[in-house]
Design a protein around this ligand. Structure first.
Ligand SMILES: *[C@@H]1O[C@H](CO)[C@@H](O)[C@H](O)[C@H]1NC(C)=O
Ligand SMILES: *[C@@H]1O[C@H](CO)[C@@H](O)[C@H](O)[C@H]1NC(C)=O
Length: 670
């Protein structure tokens, strides 16, 4: 009965509404690159949606007659915010009114007048309660309509679609993608000028079909079209797949063009380009010509990209056949050099001291607004971080754009978490992981902020089996080759001296959680006191065995329940978390054999309650954030910020609550 308010009311009505939407997609891509040679439509907006439940995923699922609701994409259907679902009413304002408990137990009774008394509760629950799909797993249907020029082929760009997605256009199945990363789907031309994009999303775990997502991973893996979707109308099958810029010195770059497959058989293609073109669009007539597909060149008016002065250059490239413009792309890049030398990581020849946090691209949802991304970057800057480790998957391109602009250095890594010898011996797992590596590099290779490409977070790098060795070898080789050695390759290792594959890494990156695990054991001050010695031992080990590889600590930390206070010895208190995080900070930044630290972690994140108990991950969260889920600072954030932003000669030691100060100051001695 209460369905009367849902737009799913009748197919006729739905089509009318969508025709209006189809012409109104935004044209400006949410992130770099830009595509002045194409008709771009960003399909962020209203799509049709239906949850099909626990059905087998197959391209053959009949979806034509499925009743749908209207949802806003990007969307994580299992993490929709717990606010009134305004789709129940035609006008958004009505939703506040109808669900506002201030108007009565069931909101404004006016909204429900048409319903018989007994249906009102159910109606209210459906329209105003938390989304019934929250934390549900199964198959969901997304569908939208795009107006395109007649007979144009296209390209669908997915920022991310998780966990596994089948993509069809006009009912023709085109792609099957697994894992969190950006990917593109070529769309063949058709007579039709209104194309139907259908995506079937499966957010269930399946060790056979998409082993790159696993239930045990330590964060909530949301399902849906969780990042922007774009539809590009192309002028033909010959187009620029990518323009990749590799800085080779403070003024020189190597530029590669990647062309679509169809370009191979075409004679007479030529290229023009211009650096830092300020004109709109793609007025190539006056631009210099350049040959395909790789060239070394100096950048006119070259300015260095540094964390302090993150100067960004741009490059427009036009692909031409005779006088006809086939495609045009504009990329943004930064001029900087990067190397690992002895104990040091050097940017532009200067030693870096990296300090930052691990960050999941999650708030209470996996769909983040631009404002939330800006806030996260500001909080990192505010803390005094110059580094962020994007855990544990390819990053949102909007976030990397912000890092480029703000001079924040980034570690980006391929989806993975505590992967096992069984995973490494699984052909599907490896094939998907290598594909995710390719996609990550393709999406991120022009970001000067990204200085690391990583993979297999805390995988079993101590395992001697040939499959495991091959996995570490092939992933590091693939990332290195694909990025032309422009990034440092590493993985967050928790295998310490048992890690067998460090010869494949450019930098040794270790994780350890002294004085934290097992998290139900009481706080132990002796262990806390021992933290500097632990890092000292890691430092000595790497310096002796891998004298050419710098050492980073890419995870260390402790949980602290936001708002829970107690003495500094008490586990789960904000005080204990702050004490531990400071011990890591102080011992690492007084140790010349360690090049940097990324604490675990930036903010609390939702976990899957099916994998973690309340003792291990209270409140359904991984509570090791220095910020709460909604970005409220905990004591650790405040203390680290003071330590980090202190002036030369100011106090450098533990910052403790007055009542603990006398007892505990001596835990760390410079
Ligand atoms: C959706 O696209 C708009 C316009 O390009 C952009 O501003 C916004 O950040 C995008 N949202 C996401 C989640 O990508
Ligand atoms: C560009 O320079 C690099 C060395 O920096 C070299 O390996 C590469 O072959 C050069 N490419 C071209 C097209 O000359």
């Amino acid at each position: 009965m209460y369905q009367a308010w849902a737009p799913a009311a009748g197919p006729r009505l739905r089509l009318a509404a969508l025709a209006a939407v189809a012409t109104a997609w935004p044209q400006d891509t949410p992130s770099w690159p830009k595509f002045p040679g194409r008709k771009v439509q960003v399909l962020n907006g209203t799509w049709q949606f239906a949850f099909l439940g626990d059905v087998p995923l197959s391209a053959g699922i009949e979806v034509a007659d499925v009743a749908t609701d209207a949802v806003e994409v990007p969307d994580a259907f299992d993490m929709r915010p717990e606010v009134p679902r305004c789709g129940c009413w035609p006008e958004a304002e009505a939703c506040e009114l109808c669900c506002g408990r201030g108007f009565g137990t069931f909101g404004s009774s006016q909204c429900w007048q048409a319903l018989p008394e007994e249906d009102r509760t159910a109606g209210f629950e459906q329209c105003c309660g938390p989304s019934p799909l929250r934390y549900r797993r199964g198959v969901a249907l997304y569908r939208s309509f795009v107006q395109v020029p007649a007979k144009s082929s296209g390209l669908l760009l997915f920022g991310a679609c998780t966990l596994r997605c089948l993509v069809a256009v006009d009912g023709v199945f085109l792609a099957d993608h697994s894992g969190l990363s950006a990917f593109n789907v070529p769309v063949p031309a058709s007579e039709s000028t209104l194309r139907t994009v259908t995506v079937l999303v499966d957010n269930r775990f399946n060790q056979v079909t998409h082993p790159v997502h696993q239930l045990k991973y330590d964060w909530y893996q949301a399902g849906g079209l969780i990042r922007a979707v774009q539809f590009h109308s192309l002028r033909g099958l010959v187009y620029l797949q990518a323009v990749e810029v590799f800085p080779r010195s403070a003024a020189e770059v190597e530029v590669d063009f990647r062309l679509s497959v169809a370009a191979e058989n075409v004679q007479g293609l030529h290229f023009r380009w211009r650096f830092d073109d300020t004109a709109e669009g793609c007025s190539w007539q006056q631009w210099p010509t350049v040959s395909c597909c790789s060239s070394n060149t100096s950048v006119p008016d070259a300015k260095l990209w540094t964390p302090q002065q993150p100067h960004l250059h741009r490059l427009k490239v036009a692909l031409l056949l005779g006088e006809e413009l086939l495609d045009c792309q504009e990329v943004r890049f930064g001029l900087r050099t990067l190397e690992a030398k002895g104990r040091e990581i050097r940017l532009n020849g200067q030693k870096l001291s990296l300090f930052g946090l691990n960050r999941h691209d999650l708030w209470s949802s996996a769909v983040l607004t631009q404002e939330q991304l800006v806030q996260d970057v500001q909080l990192l800057k505010n803390l005094g971080a110059n580094f962020v480790r994007g855990a544990h998957y390819a990053q949102d391109q909007r976030f990397l754009d912000l890092c480029d602009e703000q001079g924040l250095l980034v570690w980006e890594e391929v989806l993975g978490w505590q992967n096992t010898p069984q995973d490494f011996a699984d052909g599907i797992f490896m094939m998907q992981s290598l594909k995710l590596a390719d996609e990550m590099v393709a999406a991120s290779v022009n970001h000067p902020s990204v200085i690391f490409f990583g993979f297999f977070n805390e995988g079993r790098s101590d395992d001697p089996s040939p499959a495991t060795e091959a996995a570490y070898h092939s992933m590091s080789q693939r990332l290195r080759e694909r990025s032309k050695s422009s990034r440092l390759i590493s993985w967050g290792s928790n295998a310490a001296a048992n890690d067998r594959y460090l010869h494949y890494a450019d930098v040794c990156s270790f994780h350890a959680y002294p004085a934290w695990y097992p998290s139900d054991a009481p706080g132990n001050l002796e262990e806390v006191k021992g933290i500097p010695l632990i890092w000292e031992a890691y430092g000595r080990y790497v310096a002796e065995l891998f004298p050419e590889k710098p050492l980073l600590i890419t995870e260390a930390g402790a949980g602290g329940l936001y708002g829970h206070h107690g003495p500094s010895e008490e586990k789960w208190s904000e005080e204990y978390q702050s004490l531990l995080m400071q011990m890591h900070y102080l011992s690492i930044f007084t140790n010349p054999s360690i090049a940097g630290l990324a604490l675990w972690q930036f903010a609390d994140v939702p976990i899957d309650r099916q994998t973690s108990s309340e003792e291990h991950r209270p409140r359904g969260l991984n509570n090791k954030g220095v910020l709460s889920l909604s970005r409220q600072p905990k004591l650790a954030f405040q203390a680290l910020r003071l330590l980090r932003n202190r002036k030369e000669g100011e106090y450098f030691g533990l910052i403790l609550p007055p009542e603990d100060s006398e007892r505990l100051t001596g835990l760390f001695k410079v």
